[in-house]
Design a protein around this ligand. Structure first.
Ligand code: HEM
Length: 198
């Protein structure tokens, strides 16, 4: 069963690759490899945050909480690939960087720093070191990172992603994760037992 998050993550990357290279017929190149890595990171990180609220609504899915870490780490790896490709994308682009682009980069840096902290501390050793409540609070800062991620995409290229299917789907998905989280908090649905991170 541990294969599930790996298979789903691979499926997300394949779906986005099919969308850009076959459905849209875009040329194989850095720009679209970057877009695939970046949007895959958004969806897969979103899934790791979706599991928590979903397990509150559907107790039968509590078992799937164990996949949060794997989704989170796959999302982080893809965000890191995106970050590694960005300099080459920017070198290829002749587009003028605007103030909004600058703000987008600032939000991106905040998101990436928080995701880095979460990835580093995603082990049982760090739970023991930080104490469960502190560790849980640190993991919850992930919601700030996800909000920063939305602003990063929304502010890029004068808001061009509000008119692109990938942009609309990614931002709608992350807003859906926030909505579920808000409903859980408003309904005060009881939380599940502590995770056992090896
Ligand atoms: C310090 C970290 C980051 C930097 C410097 C950065 C920079 C950039 C840049 C320059 C672009 C525009 C690329 C282009 O013109 O085609 C971009 C696009 C994008 N970024 Fe980031 N980013 C960072 C982190 C992230 C993170 C953490 C995520 C999500 C997990 C993310 C998601 C996206 C998405 C979805 C796009 C649109 C991709 C496209 O279609 O071009 N970025 N980023």
């Amino acid at each position: 069963m541990q294969r599930v998050p790996h298979i789903i993550s691979a499926f997300v990357v394949l779906m986005l690759s099919w969308y850009y290279f076959f459905s849209l017929g875009r040329p194989f190149g850095i720009n679209y490899l970057n877009a695939i890595a970046a949007f895959s990171a958004v969806f897969i990180i979103g899934m790791s945050f979706l599991l928590g609220p979903i397990a509150r609504f559907v107790p039968a899915l509590r078992e799937d909480l164990q996949y949060r870490k794997t989704f989170g780490l796959w999302g982080y790896v893809l965000a890191s690939v995106h970050l590694a490709l960005v300099p080459m994308v920017l070198l290829q682009n002749s587009r003028e960087m605007t103030l909004a682009d600058g703000a987008s980069m600032a939000f991106a840096a905040v998101a990436f720093m928080i995701f880095t902290l979460m990835a580093i501390t995603s082990t049982g050793k760090w739970i023991a070191t930080l104490g469960y409540e502190n560790w849980k609070s640190l993991q919850r800062t992930g919601y700030i990172a996800m909000a920063a991620m939305i602003f990063h995409v929304a502010l890029l290229e004068g808001g061009v992603f509000f008119s692109r299917t990938t942009g609309i789907a990614a931002m709608a998905f992350i807003l859906f994760v926030f909505l579920l989280r808000a409903i859980v908090l408003i309904l005060g649905i009881r939380k599940v037992q502590k995770p056992n991170l090896q």
